[in-house]
Design a protein around this ligand. Structure first.
Ligand SMILES: Cc1cc2nc3c(=O)[nH]c(=O)nc-3n(C[C@H](O)[C@H](O)[C@H](O)COP(=O)(O)O)c2cc1C
Length: 276
């Protein structure tokens, strides 16, 4: 039997993220088990930059709820993410979780190609900010198949499902979850990763800040990515960054530790830290 995991990153009980995730999960036609984690109910500390998770099968040593969340994500056959826009980006706790996934290359063998639906409620039209591009980072580094990344205008708790079109759309996402659909980028989005933010470069070029693909602006500023040579989330680049480059950095740290300590020494006694 398939396992479907909902990941709600909102403290608001019966809020839009929760309702949308539940509506999608309710409409999955396949026989499946359903579990939902409310991320904001769990304890997540910030990454301590120990790099232990770069080693295969090594758990994060921080004693909080991260390893539990990760084990649930790994064992799920599909992930339904609900995360609201807070101050133009995704809710901060979602970023906390994303930051803990430096070992993604070790986890992706469990999550690769599994379907992931993202719903992002936001309260004010035009205030979506960088949320869409940012939310997609987590499923991308886990090499999941993004079925959809849906930004839903909804201010008050429940607003999202007052509109019958939204209700129908959420239902269709549940119905099609395991049908092999994959998110198709819009004409003004990065055609590799779906980011709706693009960095302007010289010579009519644009770069996707999320996946690094470069394209050329064509008629009416529509980007064309057909000649892109680099895509950060390809298997090759992911391995190069998360396995080779980061492991090299660990080695460089060991060989240059004394030199680095020398630089740090001058700042050690500037003990100006305060705490409440
Ligand atoms: C602290 C805070 C910041 C918010 N910032 C934004 C924002 O920048 N842009 C926006 O469109 N909505 C913003 N909202 C509105 C929420 O995104 C919106 O109400 C959403 O439906 C909440 O989802 P939820 O019910 O799942 O919590 C903010 C809400 C809160 C509480």
């Amino acid at each position: 039997m398939k396992k479907v995991l909902g990941l709600v990153t909102s403290h608001r009980k019966l809020g839009n993220s929760e309702l949308l995730v539940k509506e999608i999960m309710s409409n999955i036609p396949e026989e499946c088990s359903r579990e939902i984690i409310r991320l904001t109910d769990l304890k997540l500390e910030s990454c301590k930059a120990c790099y232990r998770c770069l080693q295969p099968e090594k758990n994060c040593p921080i004693e909080d709820d991260f390893n539990y969340v990760l084990s649930k994500i790994k064992e799920a056959d599909a992930l339904i993410i609900g995360v609201p826009v807070y101050l133009l980006g995704p809710h901060g706790y979602y970023k906390m979780l994303t930051d803990r996934l430096l070992g993604a290359e070790n986890y992706a063998k469990y999550t690769e190609n599994k379907p992931c639906v993202i719903v992002i409620p936001y309260g004010t039209k035009g205030w979506e900010g960088y949320s869409k591009a940012a939310v997609m980072v987590m499923p991308r580094i886990l090499k999941m198949k993004i079925v959809d990344c849906w930004q839903v205008h909804a201010t008050l708790p429940g607003d999202s499902l007052l509109k019958s079109d939204n209700l129908k759309y959420a239902q269709s996402l549940g119905l099609g979850l395991f049908n092999g659909y994959e998110y198709k980028s819009g004409t003004r989005e990065c055609s590799y990763c779906g980011s709706d933010l693009l960095r302007l470069l010289a010579g009519n070029k644009v770069e996707c800040p999320i996946c690094g693909a470069q394209g050329t602006l064509k008629y009416d500023n529509i980007p064309d990515f057909t000649d892109a040579e680099y895509y950060r989330f390809s298997n090759k680049e992911m391995e190069e960054h998360f396995k080779v480059w980061l492991t090299e950095m660990k080695k460089r740290f060991l060989t240059e530790r004394d030199k680095l300590k020398e630089v740090q020494k001058g700042y050690k006694d500037k003990d100006w830290w305060i705490k409440p």
